[in-house]
Ligand binder design. Structure first.
Ligand SMILES: Cc1cc2nc3c(=O)[nH]c(=O)nc-3n(C[C@H](O)[C@H](O)[C@H](O)COP(=O)(O)O)c2cc1C
Length: 332
């Protein structure tokens, strides 16, 4: 048995192998965010044969003010549940597990998309997008926490195996985590325990909404790779708190640098981050970024850099990637 093909149990979620298709926005949803025939075809093609242990569905907006782009999937009201149920059922029939990513874009969007002035932790320009958001007050933060919880309940109602909270790539929760965009003077700003206060409230509300057994994943922008940004030491602290709050799996990516590191195209370029996070948590840690070779995935697992491997663009570009990888490693 090779490492990539080993099963993995994380709370109530049992995967038949450690290969994950990470979330990738397709812009294939209907204009109102509902699942379209195009979305069903796309995920049918990617999950065919059940070679991928876990498919994480692209980010979906929890409310209109947090919509990131046109034709993004919506999880913002109950009317989306019916079609999403078809999507989860299709992936299950093909033999994979599936989790949906839920997101609020914060200042990572613009008024043309949302129809309102984008909101955020502080009124400072988003380093990736340039948008200057309106700073939210604490009552409004409570409403967003509730919107995350309601979205998670819909994910569960639609038959998915878990829900992933997005706090990477410079979106809303990442804007609270990172000192680049969080300059608040209340208890949601300043020290790291304050900058993750909102995350902990979201996790608690989501847990209450989905019950004790339902897996909650969290995608963490563990470093901004910028002076004055989030540090790995802070992310280690954050990951420990998230585990304590009931998160079942930590999914590592970048912060305001996005999902890549300029000038670094090595296989698994975020491995130093996952390795550091793995030292301080007991829940599984997922590594994604730059992995295109099955043997490189195998090596990263053998070296203990992560518990699961995400392959995004290579699978996006070639729907036979997973079947070829599984065959290659089975013959080893
Ligand atoms: C077109 C595209 C859309 C993406 N959309 C999302 C998304 O919705 N949510 C997310 O967390 N990451 C998103 N990502 C990042 C991927 O999940 C992944 O982290 C990134 O592509 C690096 O992995 P790779 O080198 O295997 O492609 C997206 C990446 C691409 C290329």
């Amino acid at each position: 048995m090779t490492y990539l093909l080993e099963p993995l149990q994380t709370g109530a979620l049992t995967l038949h192998n450690r290969l994950v298709m990470p979330p990738m926005a397709t812009s294939k949803a209907e204009e109102d965010g509902k699942v379209s025939p195009d979305i069903l075809n796309y995920y049918n093609e990617k999950s065919a044969g059940g070679y991928i242990g876990l498919i994480i569905i692209e980010h979906s907006f929890i409310q209109q003010a947090g919509k990131a782009s046109h034709n993004q999937l919506s999880i913002a009201d109950d009317s989306v549940i019916e079609k999403l149920t078809e999507l989860s059922a299709l992936i299950h029939r093909n033999g994979s597990k599936s989790v949906m990513q839920i997101n609020h874009a914060g200042s990572g969007t613009d008024e043309k998309i949302t129809g309102s002035v984008p909101v955020g932790a502080s009124a400072v320009a988003n380093p990736r997008k340039g948008t200057v958001p309106r700073e939210l007050d604490q009552n409004e933060l409570g409403e967003i926490v509730e919107a995350f919880a309601a979205a998670a309940a819909r994910v569960k109602a639609a038959g998915f195996d878990g829900v992933e909270i997005h706090s990477a790539h410079g979106y809303f929760l990442n804007q609270f985590l990172s000192p680049l965009t969080n300059q608040r003077r209340d208890e949601y700003g300043g020290a790291i325990q304050n900058r993750i206060r909102l995350h902990l409230e979201v996790i608690a509300a989501v847990r209450k909404a989905v019950g004790e057994e339902f897996p909650i994943l969290l995608r963490l922008g563990a470093s901004d790779y910028t002076a004055g940004g989030t540090t790995i030491e802070e992310s280690q602290f954050a990951a420990q708190q998230f585990e304590r709050a009931g998160v079942s799996l930590i999914d590592i990516s970048g912060g305001f640098n996005g999902f890549s590191i300029p000038g670094n195209s090595s296989q698994g370029y975020f491995a130093p981050l996952t390795e550091a996070i793995k030292k301080v948590v007991t829940v599984p840690v997922l590594l994604t970024g730059g992995i295109t070779e099955p043997l490189a995935a195998e090596q990263l697992l053998a070296e203990g850099k992560a518990d699961l491997i995400g392959v995004a663009r290579a699978i996006f570009n070639d729907s036979t990637w997973a079947s070829r990888a599984v065959k290659l490693l089975s013959e080893k």
